[in-house]
Design a protein around this ligand. Structure first.
Ligand SMILES: *Cc1c(COP(=O)(O)O)cnc(C)c1O
Length: 387
């Protein structure tokens, strides 16, 4: 399959953003999102996914302008809470375009969603099915399967889903509860860089699919979740080619499923955003210290939560990038010692970097604004500007 030229793409992506950023002053860390870039990404994923319906995972970036653009484009939405459903409805999405995809829901929220016309719910446990049956009688449910084998950079394996045996029991149980069990969902793990990395998970899931059919269930919905990657420095496939390859792998294993849902989050919005941050301090702990410490005005608690375990490595840019560079430990501004972004693998930053310098953090449109605390230590939460 074709690999895309990540460099070219990164430059294309930033030009509109960069013009805006260069002409603006920011008094706090700010995520700037290019909505045209979101649209470009939607169109590419949609083309690659073919007959699968996109349900954008709202949690990746719930900015109203992002939702508006996606509503205009005809996207459907994967919502995890009453708040997200209400956001989508208020921006013009129709109830039939919204699935309640969290496997952990409050009974009152299920009832609220059902009242507003949401008919599709996720579950991975008996008690959840009971809640749905009671508060959304007759609703459609899909059972989330656990993915044991993930090659993702940000795996979601343990918390969600159930194993195959349990999933089959839950289909039966849903039927007993007079719900309509329509199929299965899974999530291959976020930031699964290559489409081929889906193979082990799809192989395992296809067996469960077949077992359910053999047990007499007429399955009509396969929800393949998210996992579509963004460029963080390591090569990834272009979105259309990636999505097309995933669909090819899905079709080989699942045949002609009536409805396929895909829930890209990161892959839809990450590359559309750049965070404008500022260097607050450059220091060494002692004369002998090998590495400089660089403190930014944004950290683990103000939007960069995915640096946890140094899992996601954001690309940094400064106006001094033509200068010589040296290794730095990168940290946030708060008084929590966990607020260190990259230490095991230091980052290369210009030797002349100093307090007051602007630092751009690339491809940060996903999972940043929503991870920002309201004001830990008095630092303002990440601001969002959509252009
Ligand atoms: C978070 C989430 C997604 C989006 O995942 P990405 O890896 O960002 O594409 C999709 N589906 C569900 C159920 C999720 O919880």
């Amino acid at each position: 399959m074709t690999l895309h030229n990540t460099h070219l793409r990164a430059q294309d992506a930033v030009s509109r953003l960069d013009t805006f950023i260069a002409l603006s002053d920011f008094d706090r860390p700010t995520l700037v999102v290019d909505l045209d870039r979101v649209e470009q990404q939607y169109r590419a994923l949609d083309a690659g996914l073919g007959r699968a319906q996109i349900h954008y995972a709202v949690k990746a970036n719930p900015a109203e302008e992002v939702i508006d653009r996606l509503v205009t484009l005809g996207s459907h939405f994967d919502a995890a809470s009453k708040g997200e459903i209400s956001l989508c409805l208020s921006r013009g999405a129709k109830a039939h375009q919204i699935s309640f995809g969290n496997t952990i829901k409050k009974p009152s929220d299920i009832a609220w969603a059902w009242d507003r016309g949401i008919t599709l719910f996720a579950a991975d446990a008996e008690e959840e099915l009971e809640k749905i049956a009671e508060n959304a009688p007759g609703a459609q449910v899909y059972i989330r399967l656990i993915v044991e084998v993930s090659e993702a950079d940000w795996p979601l394996t343990r918390k969600f889903g159930c194993d195959a045996t349990k999933a089959l029991e839950l289909l039966d149980y849903a039927r007993d509860l007079c719900l309509e069990p329509v199929g299965f969902s899974f999530h291959v793990g976020s930031q699964t860089r290559r489409a081929e990395m889906w193979i082990p998970a799809l192989d395992a899931l296809a067996q469960t699919w077949k077992a359910a059919q053999d047990a007499g269930h007429d399955l009509s919905v396969l929800n393949i979740g998210g996992g579509f990657p963004a460029f963080y420095g390591e090569e990834v496939d272009a979105p259309e080619a990636y999505a097309a390859k995933v669909m090819e792998l899905v079709t080989e294993r699942f045949g002609d499923v009536r409805h396929i849902m895909a829930e890209p989050g990161r892959g839809m919005v990450a590359e559309a955003g750049t965070i404008v941050a500022e260097c607050m301090l450059v220091s060494r702990k002692s004369e002998r210290d090998l590495h400089r410490w660089v403190y930014l005005d944004i950290g683990r608690f103000s939007g960069l939560a995915e640096t946890e375990g140094e899992a996601i490595r954001y690309q940094l840019e400064t106006a001094r990038d033509h200068e010589a560079t040296g290794p730095c430990i990168l940290a946030g501004p708060s008084c929590d010692s966990a607020d260190v972004l990259y230490e095991k693998r230091p980052v290369q930053l210009p030797v002349g970097l100093k307090s007051g310098d602007r630092v751009l953090i690339r491809n940060t449109g996903a999972y940043t604004s929503t991870y920002s605390s309201v004001g830990f230590n008095g630092f303002p939460p990440l601001d969002v500007v959509c252009i």
